[in-house]
Design a protein around this ligand. Structure first.
Ligand code: PGA
Length: 257
């Protein structure tokens, strides 16, 4: 069964006080939606405090990124073991902002996926095309290429925990939304690739999220599909009321048996 999961990607937003208020509100109100996994991914510097506030709640805490090396002279980077030490079990990898602004390559993302799995994390692998690629009709080809590059040298056993987030770049933070039908087309083509390259069992197991300008006013359009198993939410995850509404939509949506 692919349980729905809603993940908040706070990016480089919120003061510490605002972050504390937000998770405190989420913690008290979340018990109304028990059939959905929920995670928040705050800035690195807030992680220990947010983990502490959320102790005893169903809300998991993830990291927005990490380096792939175990330790060493990598000024400014965060090692997987450091995240594990403070209780992190989930990490976003290959977000398009990391790829575009910080020039992360497919090779580095592959190393990060491997490091995440080695440390027992749930990797949320982000893939998605830009507008030009979509307009050329090459979106499916592009995301499949990104997926295969990110999972190079891994097996279907390794990838059991993987979550994929399909986030078309042109829909991130732009207010433009990819239709549920178009996102499903991408997911179906990814599941076909996973079946061919890995196994049918893995393709049925992997949770695939949609991300890009999700709001409570547009998310029903995605989450009603059996093939979309949740959302990676940026802007709309910064306000408790709005994020809770999105979680509620996921809790009412059908679950693939
Ligand atoms: P957005 O961001 O919801 O603000 O478009 C999503 C993301 O980048 O993960």
């Amino acid at each position: 069964m692919r349980k729905k999961i809603i993940v908040a990607n706070w990016k480089m937003n919120l003061s510490f006080k605002d972050a504390e208020d937000l998770v405190s509100q989420l913690k008290t109100q979340i018990s109304k939606v028990p059939n959905v996994d929920v995670a928040v991914c705050p800035s690195f510097v807030y992680l220990p405090q947010i983990i502490n506030i959320l102790k005893g709640s169903q809300i998991q805490v993830g990291a927005q990124n990490m380096y792939f090396k175990d330790e060493g002279a990598y000024t400014g980077e965060i090692a997987p073991g450091m995240l594990k030490d403070i209780g992190i079990r989930m990490v976003i990898i290959g977000h398009s902002e990391r790829r575009q602004i910080f020039k992360e390559t497919d090779e580095e993302i592959n190393l990060k996926v491997k490091a995440a799995l080695k440390f027992g994390f749930i990797p949320i692998l982000c893939i998605g095309e830009d507008l030009e690629t979509r307009e050329k009709g090459e979106a499916e080809k592009w995301v499949n290429k990104q997926f295969l590059a990110a999972t190079r040298d891994l097996t279907s056993v390794d990838l059991e925990k993987l979550i994929i987030a399909y986030e078309p770049i042109w829909a991130i933070g732009t207010g433009k939304i990819c239709s549920g039908e178009d996102a499903v087309k991408i997911n179906k083509s990814l599941r076909k690739t996973i079946t061919e390259k890995f196994s049918l069992a893995l393709s049925e197991k992997i949770r695939m999220l949609y991300g890009g300008s999700i709001k409570s006013s547009n998310f029903s359009e995605h989450i009603k599909h059996n093939d979309i198993n949740g959302g990676l939410v940026g802007g709309a995850s910064l306000k408790a009321d709005e994020f809770l509404k999105i979680i509620e939509l996921a809790s009412m949506a059908p679950v693939k048996a």
